[in-house]
Design a protein around this ligand. Structure first.
Ligand code: SF4
Length: 442
């Protein structure tokens, strides 16, 4: 925070502590004026380098009255002072019912995460993938830097930048540039940054692994199972090539030798439900001990498919139990999170063109796409504004898929959630600690 801004924030805090309504309003008004002046200066600046600095100042000043009030409220939470500070906040924030959701997010935020979409293109054409593979939708380095600047305005000291797509590694140079830039900015701001790289593995070659292993990055790798399943349902878009040969299955040694933490994500769809256990242990037997099962959303599962899914899950549970008892390290990642029928992705996303979304629902280009948009990098807003006001899971469930499909998918999700509830207490220890987080930034 620059010294001018620091002074304004301190003034507002002191006014809140003193409890004088007029002083609080004046101090919060000064924060708003400072933001407006920074916005005007950034917009008017013709020199790109100078403008970038002014943009940062404008972002840092965004939404500050609310955040200062939320900080003050969190400091007196549960004390006799809470009612007094709440009364001071209401002239600015309005009635509690209108901001309680954002306030709860504010006090629970430990880590801020933004997801970048470097490209919509991909080497694969997975049968369950809704993302239109449109050439030309490629993020520029300047947009990536501005997206990082946005994330770095978060109040949280720990920030996480995820690269998704399309296939992010098709734009490996951009991903690397964004990571380098994020590390430099985090160091300058005293923050810790980590990364998540989602990849189908095709472009995760020796070169990529060589530079990635020096980054605090976790790999989120996709593989749906054996050669038949992978090649049939995740077809290559490159003539004469098959997706299994170019998948992480053919690259296990280098990936594991890199020492990078990873999760393997496998998608099961109605057509592959009967091969779920076989495919799960195919991945495990390749050498990947951490595997997450995602069931395909947006498609209808018949009662027969759901029954098959349940019995395959049960078989997986029994086999994991047996293997762990025998000392093998195998982890069904889903067990690590609180079971929930369908949890849609509600992270803050920055698309290739700088549009900001409150979910990944925009990647499925329906006529409701605009409902997921929350802003644009050109707004020069701060990250926490988007995070505090981001839509909740119910909002996303109502808008991402047709209602009857969502209802059907919730039934599938209940089967998975109840299986996880059953499995959790039964599992013996996985056989020692497994690295699940990115290592600290150097
Ligand atoms: S690898 Fe991912 S982005 Fe590419 S087609 Fe498959 S699901 Fe879609």
């Amino acid at each position: 925070m620059d010294s001018e801004l620091n002074g304004l924030v301190e003034r507002a805090r002191a006014a809140i502590a003193a409890g004088d309504v007029a002083s609080v309003e004046a101090a919060l008004g000064a924060l708003t004026s400072s933001r407006e002046a920074a916005l005007r200066a950034a917009t008017a600046e013709p020199d790109p380098a100078a403008r970038r600095l002014l943009e940062r100042a404008a972002r840092a000043r965004d939404d500050l009255p609310r955040r200062v009030l939320f900080d003050a409220l969190s400091e007196v939470r549960g004390s006799a002072d809470e009612a007094r500070v709440t009364a001071l906040a209401e002239p600015t924030l309005g009635p509690v019912a209108g901001w309680i959701h954002a306030y709860r997010r504010h006090i629970s935020q430990r880590l801020a995460r933004a997801v970048l979409i470097p490209t919509w293109e991909c080497e694969l054409r997975c049968s369950y993938c809704w993302i239109p593979k449109q050439g030309g939708r490629v993020m520029t380095p300047a947009t990536a830097e501005r997206a990082v600047d946005l994330l770095m305005t978060a109040a949280a000291p720990l920030v996480d930048l995820q690269f998704f797509g399309g296939e992010a590694l098709l734009e490996a140079a951009l991903v690397r540039h964004a990571m380098d830039y994020a590390e430099a900015r985090a160091a300058a701001l005293g923050k810790r940054v980590t990364f998540v790289l989602s990849s189908n593995g095709w472009s995760l070659d020796a070169d990529a692994l060589a530079w990635l292993k020096d980054k605090p990055v976790k790999l989120e790798l996709s593989l749906d199972g054996d050669r038949h399943t992978q090649a049939t349902y995740r077809r290559s878009n490159i003539a004469g090539e098959d997706s299994y040969t170019h998948s992480i299955a053919a690259n296990v040694g280098p990936i594991l030798d890199s020492g990078l933490p990873y999760d393997v994500i496998m998608v099961v769809q109605p057509r592959t439900a009967q091969r779920l256990a076989k495919n799960f242990f195919h991945i495990v037997d390749l050498g990947f001990e951490r595997v997450q099962i995602n069931f395909a959303l947006g498609v209808r599962w018949t009662p027969g498919h759901i029954t098959t899914f349940a019995s395959e899950l049960f078989a997986i549970g029994q086999e994991i139990e047996r293997r762990r008892t025998a000392g093998q390290r195998v982890t069904l990642i889903n067990v690590e999170n609180a079971p929930m029928p369908v949890r849609l992705n509600g992270e803050i996303h920055v698309d290739w063109d700088g549009t900001i979304y409150g979910s990944n629902g925009f990647l499925n280009e329906t006529d409701r796409k605009a409902e997921f948009a929350v802003g644009h990098l050109d707004d020069l807003s701060g990250f926490d504004r988007y995070w505090l006001d981001a839509p909740d899971n119910d909002f996303l469930l109502e808008r991402t898929y047709p209602p009857e499909i969502t209802a059907n998918n919730l039934e599938v999700g209940k089967v998975l959630a109840s299986f996880l509830k059953y499995l959790r207490p039964r599992l013996p220890s996985p056989g020692g600690p497994v690295r699940t987080q990115a290592p600290p930034a150097s």
